[in-house]
Design a protein around this ligand. Structure first.
Ligand code: KG4
Ligand code: ZN
Length: 340
């Protein structure tokens, strides 16, 4: 096994990033992403524009990934692609491209669940990053998803909590929109939160049973709060922006950490891994570090480029499935609502 020389091409196109990565024996040789700037104008991802941009980007992105890795497509052992979940039009571009390339090269095709990718990104060989031992809890937080997953082995994963409405990234982005911030607003809220008082304004936390989350109520609470305050003072947002951002971020982090605490207590698992674009948030990173002291957790945050949507995470799942001979056939279809 150790002597195998495995090259995997990973392709990710589930949302608004077209990405390709080449992996050699579990290490990343290239990780290319074409971001689609077009959506900024609309304050959110426009599915039809996303799939058109994927079509324009996919050939150059794959080409660049191979070039940067310094290999030819003939050296590839398999093509891994995101089967779902995601936007159907976007998934179709990656799926059909991967199928054609695998067919043309006569090599195996490997279908990958995007959510497993976010979690197994922790298993990419990377100096200075430890891999979580099983069992561990993974919290995937991004603009499209919010889940707590119990992971007992690479492919034995159970979702034990998830959002019943908006994803946590949407909570950041929609709150930012109310405040007149650009899209995506998460990074800006994070930056301003560092300069503000997290206890300046209090927003009610949702009451959701079990380990599930809800974020749509928070967005509405913020909207009503801002409407009321700006009626009294039209400059309210400008004058208090850092405090508002700090208070919103504080509330979101409390919601996430409360559920993680509960999940850890119920399962007895203290290894906690996070993934997804929102794991870039400095407040969340700090709260996890605090959890190490307060609750005896060991926490794992992957290298930044492997947390946001990327193809390296698809390639690692491809690599692990390749070792198990788990291949897809040419009839495989994209699945927008694919579950773990
Ligand atoms: O994983 P990602 O790049 O794409 C998907 O949604 O799948 O995550 C993007 C989300 C956006 O909602 C963005 O606002 C949020 O991650 N985000 C952040 C931060 N950086 C990105 N949210 C809070 N704080 C950040 N520093
Ligand atoms: Zn994602």
């Amino acid at each position: 096994m150790a002597t195998q020389n495995i090259y995997i091409l990973g392709i990710e196109s589930s949302c608004d990033d077209t990405a390709a990565a080449v992996m050699h024996n579990g290490r990343i040789l290239s990780n290319i992403i074409a971001n689609q700037k077009i959506h900024e104008e609309y304050g959110g991802v426009v599915p039809e524009l996303a799939s058109r941009a994927h079509q324009q980007n996919i050939v150059p992105v794959v080409h660049q990934a191979l070039k940067k890795a310094g290999i030819t497509k003939e050296q590839l052992n398999a093509i891994a692609f995101t089967k779902g979940p995601g936007l159907m039009g976007s998934l179709l571009v990656g799926t059909s491209f991967a199928k054609s390339l695998a067919y043309g090269l006569d090599i195996p095709l490997i279908d990958v669940n995007h959510m497993q990718g976010h979690i197994l990104a922790h298993y990419i060989d990377e100096d200075g990053f430890e891999k979580p031992p099983f069992p561990f809890l993974a919290m995937t937080i991004s603009g499209g998803h919010t889940q707590i997953v119990r992971c007992d082995s690479y492919f034995d994963m159970t979702v034990i909590g998830e959002t019943i409405d908006d994803a946590v990234g949407e909570a950041f982005d929609k709150s930012g929109k109310i405040l007149g911030l650009g899209y995506p607003a998460g990074p800006e809220i994070d930056k301003r939160a560092k300069l503000g008082n997290p206890k300046a304004f209090k927003f009610t936390k949702p009451k959701v049973d079990g380990l599930n989350f809800s974020f749509s109520g928070l967005k509405t609470a913020i909207l009503y709060f801002i409407q009321k305050e700006t009626k009294n003072n039209p400059n309210f947002i400008e004058e208090n922006l850092n405090d508002i951002c700090a208070s919103i971020q504080y509330t979101i982090i409390e919601i996430l950490i409360d559920k993680l605490k509960k999940a850890s207590k119920e399962t007895g698992i203290k290894h906690i891994a996070i993934g997804g674009g929102v794991s870039a948030n400095s407040g969340i990173r700090q709260a996890l570090k605090d959890g190490e002291k307060k609750f005896g957790w060991t926490t794992y945050v992957p290298k930044f480029e492997f947390t946001t949507d990327n193809a390296a995470m698809i390639a690692i799942v491809g690599h692990l499935k390749y070792l198990e001979n788990e291949f897809a056939d040419q009839n495989v279809a994209a699945s927008a609502r694919l579950k773990i």
